[in-house]
Design a protein around this ligand. Structure first.
Ligand SMILES: *Cc1c(COP(=O)(O)O)cnc(C)c1O
Length: 370
């Protein structure tokens, strides 16, 4: 017999890292509701609510909006694996860690990956994106709208236009933008966008919202080789969520949480929500600059959801983060890869994006760096 454990008592952290973000009380409330079966009529009502609400937060008229059972990476894997076939060319505009992850995923699905590279924290301009895609003529192009490893936002309109000229589909990683910054799927021309639940949507991790344009769905319908993942095959997921045929046992609990988090966004108004994130981000940047620190990403390209102030010379970022956690109960994150030791990564996403939290983190950071 194993020893009896004390009651579960997780510490109450203030989560201001690159995700997970804080969870709203209403979402916690949803998490303790009675579960129903994965084929229960009530479950499919929730699926339908989520479908409509995802259209609203992604700013799209797409009909195919689902939540994949898995974290953001499952959305990435589904987006790549369904739309590229072995031997096809897959172009990545690569300016950070998650661009590298997409490239890796595409190679594992047998694609021939071509990349245009930029230092972490910079964004591609329209002309270089166009030249790259016109030259390579890929089958699929991918970019990360909100690069969480570096803090930069990537505009997508020129990428989508150039990709469509050469009959390529566009995948956009919107994991750190959805619910905090304008994703604008239709206006940008994105064919497949995916996200996660634990960043701008302020749920626990566990689902990956994904939307597919009619153009991309048409391509999928014509696909002749089977998708090399049963679990993430979108045509099978369509038969589950639309035709109510068993495919896997989706978590009713997580679907309730996502429904409530999306309902909170609709009640706040998506534009108001973007404005709240922009406002708190700007207050944070003003505070950082008043402390004599500098932001890694140039103004105009910064994420409102994830800030990357540079670590001042002579400051040990790991020690600062440890003090923030131990003395203030605040979680932030550090840089990695080429930005290891060079930046802090501080998230102000969803329920975490408040003026009060901006004040708390600026104050705690100042003390922890002393
Ligand atoms: C967090 C993140 C992911 C991966 O999401 P997980 O939920 O950790 O699997 C993918 N892309 C970007 C840009 C992210 O920030």
């Amino acid at each position: 017999m194993p020893e009896q454990l004390p009651p579960l008592a997780p510490p109450a952290r203030l989560l201001l890292g690159p995700g997970p973000s804080m969870v709203a009380p209403r979402v916690y409330e949803a998490l303790r509701q009675p579960i129903v079966g994965h084929l229960d009529p009530y479950f499919f009502e929730v699926v339908e609510d989520i479908r409509k609400l995802l259209g609203y937060v992604f700013s799209t008229r797409n009909e195919f909006n689902i939540a994949i059972s898995g974290t953001g990476t499952s959305g990435m894997e589904a987006a790549v694996g369904n739309f590229v076939e072995p031997g096809e060319k897959f172009a990545v505009l690569a300016n950070g860690y998650f661009c590298d992850r997409i490239s890796d995923v595409a190679r594992r699905h047998g694609a021939v990956v071509v990349r245009l590279e930029k230092p972490w924290g910079e964004a591609f301009d329209d002309q270089e994106a166009r030249d790259f895609l016109r030259r390579e003529k890929p089958r699929v192009a991918a970019y990360v709208q909100a690069e969480t490893s570096a803090g930069a936002f990537q505009q997508g309109k020129a990428i989508c236009e150039a990709a469509h000229e050469v009959d390529a589909l566009v995948i956009a990683d919107c994991v750190t933008s959805l619910g905090g910054m304008p994703v604008m799927v239709d206006e940008t021309g994105i064919d497949i966008a995916y996200s996660c639940t634990q960043k701008g949507l302020s749920c626990p991790s566990g689902l990956a919202p994904l939307t597919v344009s009619p153009r991309a769905w048409e391509r999928l319908r014509k696909r002749t080789t089977p998708v090399d993942s049963f679990y993430l095959d979108l045509r099978l997921l369509e038969s589950y969520f639309h035709d109510h045929k068993y495919h896997h046992t989706a978590s009713a609990t997580m679907f309730y949480a996502l429904r409530e988090s999306l309902a909170l966004i609709a009640e706040e108004g998506i534009e108001n929500r973007w404005e709240r994130h922009r406002h708190n981000h700007e207050a944070f940047v003003a505070g950082i600059e008043a402390m004599g620190m500098r932001m890694h990403v140039a103004a105009g390209h910064r994420l409102w959801t994830l800030n990357t102030p540079r670590v001042p010379d002579g400051v040990d970022d790991a020690k600062v983060r440890q003090r923030l956690l131990n003395e203030y109960g605040i979680e932030i994150s550090g840089g990695f890869g080429p930005l290891a030791g060079k930046v802090f990564r501080i998230g102000l996403m969803g329920y975490s994006s408040t003026g009060e939290n901006v004040g708390k983190i600026l104050d705690a950071l100042k003390r922890a760096m002393k």
